[in-house]
Design a protein around this ligand. Structure first.
Ligand code: M6R
Length: 601
């Protein structure tokens, strides 16, 4: 999704801004632009497509020391140069992340006041609003405060006003924004990687706070324009963690990191004893049921979580997509814990679902990767997964770590609710502690998965089937494949196929069948035989050996306790998706139309 970087200081700003934009590329974008102050005047350069296009247009060593840059992921209006940011209206030039919901009505009023608009964007309207308010109020801070009472929606703005060419202003509501400082000057950015080359110290701006950055000063104000003191955070991961480190793609590197990520995540909450789980998760005992709310892959981890918690801990779980949940009637009560799952911690719908639950007086738990993100900060309880920086748009290591957390809390709740015998618990705890070796072993078997990918990558559609938890895994495997390879792929409950979808199966249609749940394997095999009889090319993923060969290809996964099985099973499917996309020469780390962090609804 859109990225913001701004700089004011002693160094020339253009190289820093371009670097920041490149570091934000992973978020996904379709145009880019930069504005800077040169000889007290604003100069703007924009281009459609990649930052490489923008770089051809800029002069890197201009004597400019204040500037803002933006990567735009189109929401209002096409991805073209006119709609690209920054936008200038009158004395204001701005970049914006988020969506202004009431921009049409503001635009109508401003047109009546004589404003003319060049682009289709809500951002240009916000810019015009700042300019309009500035006509009667010269204090820019007061202009911004007034604007927040008019603008509805989500926003993080980087703002330059030609009346004050020595200051960079910023304000946020819901959309993320950080402020950072190095020995040469000060930055604003939508995300830490943008500034990591220069500094690892940053400040998180809260909703409706306004900041004024000068070359050697940062002042932050609350919504009543009272100065506020902010904590300076340190980003503890290295710049290395945000680079490919020799791998061809971030996605591959992140898949390979999964044994380490698993250990980092698990070890933070668990030392091998049930007492450590009690210390980490005892607050869960206050609740009788869970609502798990998330988007995309994080939603899929919720589906795995539901299956685990219901089956092994006897806790009823409702899983919902956040964009639906935020607007639906919820039947939660004080015994319900609403669990928000999010890698970025900034997904707009998930954040809105969290706020809705809080407004209704319901307790919330965030399972989040990005430390200090909005969801993490606003939830009552937080479980951080320790996935490190995830750059590839297609999540892998964060998904695995989220599932690992559901395995941990299921183990704990299953013990607490007396759903597991002592002997089984003892061996399960040992298995949790040593699972990283099996994760590594599964990744190292990549040649098997790659050779299957080589056989199916030309197909136009690929189906996934499974029952129970295997269906939840199918959902994620199917999303992984389609988002990076652009091959149409759908996941079905294995028993549901014959109610319509089986008519799509013809000779050689790949059907990837996941069958790891021992209680359901027999049933899934019957469904596999149904598609095989209709010519499907069946790729079976299972932890069990079979006497009959009712499949065409077999991916054998390592047998582990059922509470841990899904952690292992997803790995071959991630690698298969990767190789299919690679064979199709797709842009694996930055698939078309997608953004890493979806900060608009
Ligand atoms: O940052 P979040 O986990 O909240 O993001 C949720 C989804 O946007 C994300 O999982 C998306 O589906 C991924 N691209 C899937 O690989």
């Amino acid at each position: 999704m859109c990225g913001i970087i701004g700089y004011i200081g002693k160094d020339k700003c253009i190289p820093k801004i371009i670097h920041g934009l490149e570091a934000l590329e992973y978020r996904g974008y379709d145009s880019a632009g930069i504005s800077y102050i040169l000889n007290n005047k604003v100069k703007t350069i924009k281009s459609e497509g990649k930052i490489a296009n923008l770089k051809k247009l800029v002069t890197f060593d201009e004597n400019a020391y204040l500037g803002i840059g933006h990567t735009r992921w189109a929401t209002h209006g096409k991805a073209n140069k006119t709609n690209a940011h920054p936008h200038t209206v009158g004395k204001f030039t701005i970049v914006h992340n988020g969506i202004i919901e009431n921009y049409s009505e503001i635009k109508e009023k401003l047109i009546k006041e004589g404003y003319k608009f060049k682009s289709e964007t809500d951002t240009e309207v916000a810019c015009a609003l700042f300019d309009y308010l500035h006509k009667n109020e010269k204090d820019i801070l007061k202009v911004l405060k007034k604007a927040t009472s008019i603008l509805r929606g989500s926003y993080a703005f980087g703002i330059i006003c030609s009346d004050d060419p020595n200051s960079l202003y910023t304000i946020r509501n819901t959309s993320p924004l950080i402020i950072a400082t190095d020995k040469t000057g000060n930055f604003i950015a939508s995300d830490v990687p943008a500034i990591l080359k220069f500094t690892n110290k940053y400040i998180l701006l809260d909703d409706l706070e306004i900041a004024k950055l000068e070359k050697d000063n940062i002042t932050i104000y609350d919504k009543n324009l009272q100065k506020v003191k902010k904590t300076i955070n340190t980003f503890s991961q290295s710049f290395e963690s945000a680079t490919k480190n020799g791998y061809e793609h971030f996605m591959l590197k992140e898949i390979y990191e999964q044994d380490e990520v698993y250990n980092n995540t698990i070890n933070y909450y668990f030392d091998g004893t049930i007492e450590s789980l009690e210390n980490s998760f005892k607050y869960l005992n206050e609740f009788e049921k869970f609502d798990i709310v998330a988007c995309g892959s994080a939603y899929h981890t919720g589906l795995v979580g539901k299956y685990l918690l219901e089956n092994y801990a006897n806790i009823p779980v409702n899983v919902e997509v956040a964009s639906e949940y935020r607007y639906k009637k919820c039947f939660y009560d004080t015994k319900t814990l609403v669990i928000l799952v999010s890698q970025s911690g900034e997904t707009a719908d998930t954040l809105a679902a969290l706020r809705k639950a809080k407004e209704d007086g319901i307790k919330t738990l965030a399972i989040v990767n990005v430390v200090g993100s909005s969801i993490a900060r606003e939830a009552d309880y937080v479980i951080y997964i320790k996935a490190g920086c995830e750059i590839a748009v297609a999540t892998t290591k964060a998904y695995l770590a989220q599932v690992a957390i559901f395995s941990l809390i299921t183990t704990y709740s299953s013990y607490k609710n007396k759903q597991i015998k002592n002997d089984e618990l003892k061996s399960l705890l040992e298995e949790i502690k040593s699972l990283a070796n099996k994760i590594k072993e599964t990744i190292n078997n990549y040649k098997t998965y790659f050779s299957i990918a080589d056989k199916i990558y030309k197909n136009k559609q690929i189906f996934f089937i499974g029952r129970g938890i295997d269906y939840a895994i199918s959902m994620e495997a199917s999303l992984k494949l389609k988002e990076i390879s652009y091959i149409n792929s759908v996941a079905y409950q294995a028993g549901e196929l014959k109610h319509g979808t089986i008519s799509l199966i013809e000779k050689n249609t790949p059907v990837i069948a996941i069958a790891t749940d021992k209680n359901l394997i027999e049933k899934t095999i019957s469904n596999i035989k149904e598609v095989k009889a209709r010519g499907a090319n069946v790729i079976l993923v299972s932890n069990t050996d079979f006497k009959d060969k009712f499949y065409d290809e077999f991916i054998k996964t390592i047998n582990v306790h059922p509470i841990l099985e899904s952690i292992i099973t997803i790995i071959p499917l991630q690698l298969l998706a990767y190789q299919v996309a690679k064979n199709n020469e797709c842009n694996i780390d930055k698939p078309r139309n997608l953004a890493k962090s979806v900060t608009v609804e």
